[in-house]
Design a protein around this ligand. Structure first.
Ligand SMILES: Cc1ncc(C[n+]2csc(CCOP(=O)(O)OP(=O)(O)O)c2C)c(N)n1
Ligand SMILES: [Mg+2]
Length: 561
């Protein structure tokens, strides 16, 4: 801001200053008069804070959420009053399930007329309370900076999650009298939280369980990455020689090909383990609700649950051990205490090699379908073509049903922080928001968005946002012409299906081209590789629309219900 201009002090300027103090770098938004002061504050800040305007509020919040998940600093979305806020709700719920630190600032109808029915007058916090760490309204002129600062502090404190704050029109547009306080609180007050480590006694108990185990497994989930414990977790796994199954954003902590990574043998590992230590993820449907062991007459496994906060520890099943707190401190202390205990690591003799061998067998069993010449195209062939083109720092995003389940199985990240799926809430439509955020967070990396044709319909209009903001990403649409993950199960249950068909061979690539990007239709397997290479060298958003075989259903053992 030029020095001869009067500094803006309205609520919007206070909000931007507070967000910046907590590490926010971009405002994700869609315009609405109730939040104009935030834009004014961003434009007039020194330096200005970039405003990334999208075509649907869910994209704004998904982008903020992905920012948090990729950069491990909080994401910031600004939504206008009423429908702006309610359009963001599925994305806020996704952030809640993923433990993503996101601050959503909402506009709000004026207080002076509240109850008289002014435009978009709606009491948002009532709706948002259950899906946020806190949802409240700031009514006071001059207090917006402190309120936004508190929202960021809460969102970034363990266990992380979304925080919602709406600000009445008067408070957002109003400036405090010159002498009054009202600047943002410092970001340092979240430091105390960062120091909280788990109780040493609980770690001693876990070490004793490991000491008597013959067949242990360590599961690394998203919070290990989000809590910045990826290196400590890797060191602990290597030090103790524990076989590792990776889940969500825990993928990549042990890079593809690591000798301890046994994700491909997870059925065997979970079925025959005598001890499963699950760190940084809930014991939900993705992890068999925490029921392990028992295969082939083996006794049920002992289960240990480790979370970044006490509220994360499972209560739906008996646990042999648990620990809660700073996950880096947990893994560091686990190593130290295990070292003192002098573990024998008996499992390295037979258990670990048997899992490694099972992974190798699974990989060679896949080789045929990854190179399939079938026409219509088998979806696995797409991954057979894509995997060798991916660079170590690529960000791969999945938004879809069966098409993305294949990706989860066959695309193994080489670094942590390179994989984004919607997480346990399973919300379709994350794709474009996540891709926008990934392109901004990792300007030099490949960003690949895998879209089911059904999923594409939720957010494809936001290719316009990619084009306007010059954010090239590669999109690959697995176009089977159906809601595959629903059609096949409905067939299996009822012997028929309804409401499960889409247009065959719909030209989503032409939609992208019409919006200013580019793309092409691929119907033959040998065309996939060259099309992907063209996509990676394009300097605009590019969609490779691959027509796949609707008869192929992902071989899943559970629907998650
Ligand atoms: C917002 C939302 N609506 C509906 C669903 C239910 N659902 C889960 S997977 C799926 C099908 C996805 O189809 P597509 O993206 O084409 O992928 P495919 O399974 O065909 O590969 C649907 C409708 C959901 N998860 N999220
Ligand atoms: Mg489909």
């Amino acid at each position: 801001m030029a020095s001869d201009e009067q500094a803006v002090t309205h609520g919007g300027a206070q909000a931007v200053a507070a967000a910046r103090a907590h590490g926010a770098q971009t405002i994700f938004t869609l315009s609405g008069g109730h939040v104009f002061p935030v834009y004014d504050g961003a434009v007039k800040a020194d330096p200005p804070m970039p405003i990334l305007d999208v075509r649907h509020e869910q994209t704004a919040v998904f982008a903020a959420e992905a920012t948090a998940r990729l950069t491990r600093t909080p994401g910031f979305a600004v939504l206008t009053a009423g429908p702006g806020v309610t359009n963001g709700i599925s994305a806020i719920t996704t952030a809640h399930f993923n433990g993503s630190s996101v601050v959503v600032l909402g506009g709000r109808a004026p207080d002076y007329r509240w109850g008289a029915g002014s435009l978009q007058e709606f009491d948002h916090p009532v709706l948002l309370g259950p899906i946020t760490k806190r949802a409240w309204t700031e009514h006071r002129i001059g207090a917006v900076g402190q309120a936004v600062s508190e929202a960021f502090r809460l969102a970034s404190a363990r266990h992380r999650g979304p925080v919602f704050l709406d600000v009445s029109l008067e408070a957002l547009f109003g400036s405090p009298p010159p002498a009054s306080p009202g600047g943002p609180a410092s970001a340092a007050d979240s430091e105390a939280d960062a120091l909280r480590g788990p109780d040493p006694g609980s770690i001693a108990q876990i070490v004793s369980l490991i000491a008597k185990s013959q067949r242990p497994v360590l599961v690394l989930g998203s919070d290990v990455w989000l809590d910045g414990a990826d290196e400590a977790a890797r060191s602990a796994a290597e030090e103790l020689q524990l076989p590792v199954v990776a889940n969500g954003q825990g993928r990549g902590i042990l890079p593809a090909g690591h000798e301890l990574l046994v994700t491909r043998a997870r059925s065997l590992a979970f079925g025959q383990a005598d001890l499963v230590i699950v760190a940084g993820t809930p014991l939900d449907f993705r992890l068999g609700y925490g029921e392990y062991g028992g295969a082939g007459g083996a006794p049920p496994a002992d289960v240990v649950h480790v979370g970044d906060a006490p509220g994360q520890i499972a209560t739906h099943r008996a646990l042999a051990g648990s620990a809660a707190g700073d996950l880096t401190a947990f893994f560091t202390a686990l190593c130290a205490q295990a070292g003192q205990a002098g573990l024998t690591r008996r499992w390295t003799q037979e258990w670990l090699p048997s899992l490694t061998q099972a992974c190798r067998s699974a990989a060679s069993a896949d080789a045929e379908l990854l190179a399939s010449d079938a026409c219509p195209i088998h979806p696995m062939r797409i991954y057979g073509e894509l995997a060798p083109l991916l660079e170590p720092d690529s960000v791969v995003i999945g938004d879809g049903g069966d098409f993305v389940s294949y990706a989860g199985k066959y695309i193994e990240p080489r670094q942590p922080g390179g994989w984004l799926d919607p997480g346990p809430y399973g919300c379709l439509g994350t794709g474009l928001g996540y891709a926008i955020a990934a392109r901004i967070a990792r300007p030099a990396a490949q960003v690949v968005l895998l879209l089911g044709d059904g999923a594409a319909g939720f957010s494809l209009m936001d290719v316009d946002t990619l084009v306007r903001h010059r954010l090239p990403v590669v999109m690959i649409c697995g176009n089977n012409g159906i809601w595959g993950l629903e059609k096949h199960p409905m067939q299996a249950l009822y012997g028929y299906d309804v409401a499960a068909d889409l247009q065959p061979q719909c030209r989503y690539d032409q939609v992208v081209a019409a919006l200013g990007g580019a793309g092409e239709l691929v119907t033959r397997p040998e065309e996939i590789g060259p099309a992907l290479r063209r996509a990676f060298s394009a300097d605009v958003p590019y969609l490779v629309n691959v027509v796949t075989d609707p008869q192929v259903a992902y071989p899943r053992s559970t629907t998650g219900v």
